[in-house]
Design a protein around this ligand. Structure first.
Ligand code: SF4
Length: 502
């Protein structure tokens, strides 16, 4: 038999074997699908029903890459993500042929351009702002835009290192999240805000309470500038959590001060804080032990609810106030949280921020309490809106995750993050090169600040903190826009006037 005939025969045999294997597999699936009880589709449509699962999981990727329009996806659309990516790469963020944004969508902010914007020599620098002026070690915060709380553990080691080094380059702070202070947070030498969660990771005693000696030791580190007592976050207000023992590696255990390999439970609130007086007492205690500005992080459920905090401050006097309030929007969330809490609990930042600012100003605490806004504020327009609404600072978690290369695969809770940001698997972490990403982190922060200034100049003021609510119009459901100052009339007299460039 000739060689070509032999090859043909082998090919036919391989083909027949492949077809037989295929039929055998289909038959096995058919029997399995027909006899299982948990999935009605596969029981009624054996084998074929499996494609539904395949296509719905692949649909996520097809939509992202092929079908979704630039402004369609959630939680962040392609236009928003691309802006961060280009900023991180140092590429120009100019676009051609006009806006792709739907400008008649309810809630869209439109900035009010000035007929006479300041000339370049009239621009002012955004000055550092002091937080906690009466503490033993006030913090002169240099940057208006900073990194929001993300724990080491939720984030990978290279991600935290890149953030820390990028933050140092950009002169911004990084918030540790509730998972304690890891050496990786300190690597870059940037300013650090230490967050105290309900489990008191990093500053806890064996019973899970606050250990003053450990707290003092953290406060003695010069880069640790402020302390934030977290009472709620956007993704899971009112919910604690379990850190499974499998995730409690030796290093995580050392950082968090918990036993290796054992489940660790976070209560759903600080046991010490059961009303506003006890909350203020806890804040005062942390401030006394650390000597550094101490604030709270929360989500606003209702204006009337948080009013009680300000009434209590009014009763006790301004010294009792937290030095800052970080307000998270109910829409926030970087890690794993139950969908009803992510979707349905807590006001969005767009509604809550002006109300909180008004309460602070109504109680005469404008210069006493700094407000830090957080919650899906990842592009310059979002940040400009928050500053105009009355925030003193803006922080972002997911914006900085995008600068690290996050592709919104939304597998942060599965240890299979394809970009190495939220996984402890060294195989995936290999993709995150710290030296490359730290530059992107810094460039992203720089470009946010630069374009924030551009918006400020366009509305006619010399620098972003001079923006007011009458510089922004908000689109209503009849497609017309009205001034934010009409929607949320400002309380502080300073807010009622337009400060023109000097
Ligand atoms: S790439 Fe996906 S899994 Fe990784 S951080 Fe981003 S959203 Fe989470």
């Amino acid at each position: 038999m000739s060689l070509s005939m032999q090859i043909l025969e082998i090919l036919v045999l391989v083909f027949v074997a492949a077809v037989a294997l295929l039929l055998l597999t289909a038959l096995t699936f058919f029997i399995v699908d027909r006899s299982q009880h948990s999935d009605a589709i596969r029981r009624n449509y054996p084998v074929i029903g499996r494609f539904r699962h395949l296509f719905s999981s692949l649909g996520e990727f097809f939509r992202q890459y092929f079908f979704a329009m630039d402004r369609e996806e959630m939680p962040f659309n392609r236009a928003q993500r691309d802006w961060v990516e280009r900023a991180g790469k140092g590429k120009t963020n100019t676009v051609a042929f006009g806006s792709t944004r739907g400008l008649n969508i309810v809630g869209t902010p439109l900035f009010v351009n000035s007929a006479f914007p300041p000339l370049q020599d009239q621009y002012a620098k955004t000055e550092p702002l002091v937080v906690g002026p009466d503490t033993r070690t006030p913090y002169l915060a240099p940057s208006i835009f900073n990194i929001s709380g993300m724990s080491y553990g939720a984030l990978s080691q290279p991600a935290v290192r890149a953030l820390s080094r990028g933050a140092a380059k950009a002169g911004i702070w990084i918030n540790t999240g509730e998972g304690g202070l890891a050496p990786h947070h300190e690597e870059g030498g940037c300013d650090i805000v230490f967050q105290i969660g309900t489990a008191k990771y990093g500053v806890r005693n064996d019973q899970g309470g606050l250990d003053d000696d450990k707290l003092r030791a953290i406060a003695e580190k010069p880069h640790v500038r402020m302390f934030e007592v977290k009472i709620a976050q956007g993704a899971k207000p009112g919910k604690g959590g379990i850190l499974p023992g499998s995730k409690v590696t030796e290093e995580i255990a050392r950082v968090r001060h918990i036993p290796v390999g054992k489940d660790s439970i976070s209560p759903n609130r600080h046991p010490e804080t059961y009303d506003f007086p006890s909350l203020l007492a806890f804040v005062a205690h942390v401030r006394e032990v650390t000597g550094k500005p101490t604030g709270i992080k929360t989500v606003m459920g209702d204006k009337a609810g948080i009013r009680g905090l300000f009434e209590e401050i009014a009763r006790q006097g301004p010294d009792s106030a937290p030095d800052f309030i970080t307000l998270d929007g109910g829409e926030g969330g970087t890690g794993a949280a139950p969908m009803p809490l992510i979707d349905l609990v807590g006001m969005s930042i767009r509604e809550a921020l002006p109300r909180l600012v008004d309460l602070r100003d109504e109680f005469g605490l404008h210069d006493r309490i700094r407000i830090i806004a957080s919650g899906k504020l990842i592009n310059p327009g979002d940040v400009a809106w928050a500053i105009a609404a009355g925030a003193d600072f803006v922080t972002s978690a997911r914006g900085f995750m995008f600068s690290l290369g996050c592709i919104q695969a939304m597998k942060c809770n599965r240890n299979t993050c394809p970009t190495g940001i939220t996984t402890h698997d060294p195989h995936y972490q290999r993709g995150l090169v710290v030296e490359d990403k730290e530059v992107k982190v810094a460039r992203y922060a720089d470009q946010i600040r630069e374009e924030l200034e551009t918006i400020a100049h366009s509305v006619g003021v010399a620098e972003p903190r001079m923006m007011r609510r009458n510089h922004v119009r908000i689109v209503q459901d009849n497609s017309e826009s009205i001034l934010m100052s009409d929607l949320f009339p400002p309380v502080h007299p300073q807010d009622a006037v337009t400060l023109q460039a000097t």
